[in-house]
Design a protein around this ligand. Sequence first.
Ligand code: ADP
Ligand code: MG
Length: 349
Amino acid sequence: MSDDDVTIMEVDEVEPATSKSAVTVSLKTAQLPWIEKYRPQKFSDIVGNEDTVSRLAVFAKAGNAPNIIIAGPPGVGKTTTILCLARALLGLAFKDAVLELNASNDRGIDVVRNKIKMFAQQKVTLPPGRHKIVILDEADSMTDGAQQALRRTMELYSSTTRFALAANNSEKIIEPIQSRCAVLRYSRLNDSQILAKVVEVCGKEGLSYTEEGLSAVVFTAQGDLRAALNNLQSTAQGFGHVSPDHVFKVCDEPHPMLIRNMLESCLKRDIHEAYKVIAKLVKLGYAAEDIVGNIFRVAKTLDAPDDAKLTLIREIGLTHMRVADGLASPLQLAALLARMCHGSVTSKG
Ligand SMILES: Nc1ncnc2c1ncn2[C@@H]1O[C@H](COP(=O)(O)OP(=O)(O)O)[C@@H](O)[C@H]1O
Ligand SMILES: [Mg+2]
């Protein structure tokens, strides 16, 4: 899924006459996606990428922020950071002095020429040293033409307006724009950072959970905090309790326990047992790419000697490459198992 921000849908609230107010309140909060409910409002609440965030906090204090591009994988806080920066810089003027355009807005050449230009020309009273801010979220989805139109606008209005761009892939932003901006890179959040946030949200929501359930949420998120919160909320709403079984059911991922057993069978050279798992997963309809990806993630955490693990991971990597090239047949997966069984023997010497 792409890095689309979730817009809160407005739902008509029909209150049954008999409902008690407490029930209505819990219904209302239940409707709010947790990723929005728990979106950090200030820099200090942003998890991870401390160096970059603290640099931005300095800009926010000093006032004269440069144009910035924040590049990084989805769900690590790029949009959140830019909004925090704008809020810190502009305070109450945020409403009038920020133009936010994301991938769901039309951002072709015309919009850049007209809407952004009009905004840049508008007069807004701001504290000294502050500028209006144009936020272009998911800027890598803008066409080259629109980006070209932007570069001139950026320069013309540099005395009044700053641009803040967020992108998954900074290479899709044309060079001239990159050279006019400070490029900041965000990396994936690590598992303990995600876990800490998930535990915090569980506490605030009063969820019942098991430790393993939370590890499962972290495992499925793969460094994407948005995915973690979404998966947590879906599990909470679907089952009311966060356990690994519930999480993997909601996320529709093969259970890592199955895959772990399969890898252990490989290490024991038992290809028949190992193949049973693959056959089951293929029958359940999982795509070869998802299966291989999952095998890799489980193999990393496997409790085995390093050399055996490295051999497994090499074979998994090679198979992943073939699958990504289009050879996604069960035969490739069977071949992977055969090689893993064989490899684990040779690595034992
Ligand atoms: N570093 C972070 N610290 C705290 N919450 C985060 C962080 N990254 C993501 N989130 C959570 O995920 C949601 C989506 O984050 P967002 O900033 O939109 O990610 P993206 O990097 O894809 O723009 C936020 O509303 C917040 O709840
Ligand atoms: Mg974003």
